[in-house]
Ligand binder design. Structure first.
Ligand code: NAD
Length: 278
């Protein structure tokens, strides 16, 4: 069970009122929390999924309860002929796109000597090519439309879901770490290229977040204790921790933030192994 870190707190201000967001891989884990978080902050949201229509429709219903629009769209983000029509439909239905959250991702773990080309390629296709395709299609629409000052100071926002493994090597996950290292350069290069056109590109890099992708790392007390040795803040993150970061990063509160990775990791990137002097 995940807890909602927003529970019992003051409502999130509608800092994304009138904006249109698309979140990929939005029927599970971080993507689901993010789609709901953006909706709660006032955005209309497209909930992308590749399988699990029912779960996607549940997310849509929750988002609609905030009084904004939402619909689910099935597409494999690694396939150009599915991403292009996904964004085209959004422009048709919502009029445009203001926020692209390229979140969809997966793992296919193996030791380097055991890893098949299929395992390597699948992870690169979804985690890296998928982000490229989604960002490219969003950027085209941002450039076509330009800045609409009543909606946002920028012409559009792209948020890449990265990982602490964009900088931390990870034995047994060479495909995943390579894909996230690639996301860092994809994000920074797009940011450099698109900032002069008023588009903000940034990344959010989660640490250990309680989702299905890493269930074995937290679903027993022993596994969780082991994991927490790597987290100075001594708690496993919730999907809402990431959703909150994405929501603020996508808003004009962060309008001067360009080409940055926001680590949301309880301090995992502080090299906790050196906390006692190394
Ligand atoms: P998750 O498995 O709950 O969610 C991943 C989502 O991506 C699912 O909805 C899945 O169906 C979707 N997806 C997979 N392949 C797809 C495709 N080809 N097209 C469209 N959607 C596809 O896992 P999560 O933890 O929520 O992961 C979300 C993102 O966060 C991933 O990019 C992951 O690398 C990143 N991340 C997660 C953690 C963590 O600790 N959970 C840490 C760092 C980074």
């Amino acid at each position: 069970m995940t807890s909602d870190v927003n529970e019992g707190r003051r409502p999130v201000p509608t800092i994304l009122q009138g904006q249109k967001a698309l979140v990929t891989g939005a029927n599970s884990g971080i993507g689901k929390a993010t789609a709901i978080g953006l909706g709660r902050a006032g955005a209309d949201v497209v909930v992308n999924y590749v399988f699990g229509k029912e779960a996607a429709e549940e997310v849509v219903e929750e988002i609609k309860s905030f009084g904004v629009r939402a619909y689910a769209h099935e597409a494999d983000v690694s396939q150009e002929d599915q991403v292009v029509p996904m964004v085209a439909r959004m422009v048709e239905e919502f009029g445009t796109i203001d926020i692209m959250v390229a979140n969809a991702g997966l793992q296919r773990d193996a030791a380097i000597t055991e890893m098949s080309v299929a395992q390597w390629q699948k992870v690169l296709d979804v985690n890296l090519t998928g982000q490229f395709l989604c960002a490219r299609e969003a950027a085209k629409e941002f450039l076509r439309r330009g800045v609409v000052p009543e909606v946002s100071r920028s012409a559009g926002k792209i948020i890449c879901m990265s990982s602490v493994h964009q900088i931390i090597p990870w034995t047994g996950h060479v495909n995943y770490a390579a894909s996230k290292g690639g996301v860092l350069m994809l994000m920074q290069t797009m940011a450099q290229e698109l900032a002069p056109k008023g588009i903000r590109v940034n990344a959010v890099a989660p640490g250990a977040i309680r989702t299905p992708i890493n269930r074995s790392a937290w679903d027993t007390p022993e596994a969780e204790a082991d994991l927490l040795r790597l987290v100075p803040y001594r708690r496993v993150g919730d999907p809402e921790d990431i959703a909150n970061a994405v929501t603020v990063l996508a808003s004009d509160l962060m309008d001067y933030v360009v080409g940055t990775t926001l680590f949301v990791d309880g301090g995992m990137t502080l090299f906790p192994g050196f906390a006692t002097g190394g």
